[in-house]
Ligand binder design. Structure first.
Ligand code: PLP
Length: 388
């Protein structure tokens, strides 16, 4: 029934993993032992020093609005973090604190994507990007990528797909769902190409900190005019606190802050005070221990899946996902994921969430669960495969 609802609302797809999450939770509630590898959030609880900071802020009555761009201390702490982690100097006025990277994506696209314009996006990629663009009456133009380009856009692909109405490019490095990272030299080449074509570059660095065996460099070290998104959700383990940030040139931040004032008034106050503790050395140490645990899980999961015949041509370099080709098992990974959940109680995400580039072949496994659970999931998969 159409009650005057907009085409925009109708055309925005549901985030399919959410339906699966709901069903997996129902199975949990019914007493089944579901292995959860479907969600994009760390299984680790929010680190103790962050909880303590939140409790202190609550006791001090920090429950009112803050400036739309975030409390000055947090903007300063984030700017200092860029110096410390990447050796990149930015000012606190270049930082805008947002409701997760999601809030940052909305503001960045609202600034840069005019109605009718397009943004180039890698396919497979994070599904919400194109929904944000649809909301703004712009479009995501999906560019198929595969192992030959490390599942990322390249200067050549950007050039090849650029059109008169292309407004810019969004990269995610490390990527969701493939975990691939764009090396800094390639980031510089992409930034130069986008600049020459007269567009804007947005880089989603939400999985920074979660790279294994090396540290990712921020695009800001080679392209100071890029818009960078980040979040407290992943490396910092604060998904439910709904806090992230963006970095851009000061004038761009001021423009986005104006929109943030209208849209959100301010980011969540308690979360901001809690997040101040995220940059303390002892908290960072906790994150680094968790990172080592993720690395170990990745290695086990990738080798286990490969033994079961899944196609993983490149080792995922970051995030906490393995995007595995399951075409030896099914030509409909969506149906396969649902039956894997219903029959074997292993919850994973079908490729259908991540674009149009042969999604029916792929399954995303999140290693956001312990090694013992990963072993259990691999054993259940093995059993299922041997059942035929
Ligand atoms: C690539 C990417 N960008 C942005 C987000 C949004 O995260 P949040 O709003 O929790 O910061 C996610 C969440 O999974 C993601 O995977």
């Amino acid at each position: 029934m159409n009650r005057g609802w907009t085409e925009r609302a109708r055309e925005i797809d549901s985030f399919k993993v959410m339906d699966l999450l709901k069903r997996a939770a129902e199975l949990d509630a019914a007493g089944h032992d579901v292995v959860h590898m479907e969600a994009g959030e760390p299984d680790f609880p929010t680190a103790e020093p962050i909880l303590a900071a939140a409790q202190k802020a609550l006791a001090a009555g920090q429950t009112r609005y803050t400036p739309a761009g975030g409390i000055p201390q947090l903007r300063e702490a984030i700017a200092a973090f860029y110096q410390q982690r990447y050796g990149v100097s930015i000012t606190p006025q270049q930082v805008l604190v947002t409701a997760g990277a999601s809030g940052a994506l909305l503001l960045a696209f609202a600034l840069l994507a005019a109605p009718g314009s397009r943004f180039l996006l890698a396919d497979p990629g994070y599904p919400c990007n194109r929904q944000f663009l649809r909301l703004l009456e712009a479009r995501g133009q999906l560019v198929p990528v595969g192992p030959e380009t490390n599942y990322q856009l390249t200067p050549e692909l950007i050039e090849q797909h650029w059109q008169a109405d292309t407004a810019g490019v969004l990269l995610a490095s490390p990527s969701n769902p493939t975990g691939s990272v764009v090396p800094v030299g390639q980031l510089a080449d992409i930034a130069a190409t986008v600049d020459r074509l007269g567009g804007a570059l947005i880089v989603d660095e939400i999985y920074h900190g979660l790279t294994y065996g090396f540290d990712a460099e921020t695009v800001l070290s080679v392209a100071p005019n890029a818009v960078v998104l980040n979040s407290f959700s992943k490396y910092f383990g604060m998904t439910g606190w709904r806090l992230g940030w963006l970095v851009a040139e000061e004038a761009a931040v001021a423009e986005m802050e104006k929109m943030a004032q209208n849209l959100f008034i301010s980011p969540a106050t308690l979360s901001q005070y809690a997040a101040l503790a995220a940059f303390e050395p002892q908290t960072l140490q906790i994150f680094e221990q968790r990172r080592a645990a993720f690395a170990e899980r990745r290695d086990r999961l990738v080798s286990g899946l490969r033994e079961l015949g899944f196609g993983i041509p490149l080792m995922p370099e970051g995030a906490f996902y393995v995007y595995a080709d399951a075409s030896h098992l099914t030509d409909d990974s969506y149906a396969y994921c649902w039956s894997l959940l219903e029959e074997d109680h292993v919850a994973v995400t079908p490729g259908a969430d991540f674009g149009c580039n042969h999604p029916e072949r792929y399954i995303r496994f999140s290693y956001t669960t312990g090694l013992d659970r990963i072993e259990l999931a691999l054993a259940r998969l093995k059993q299922r495969i041997s059942r035929g």
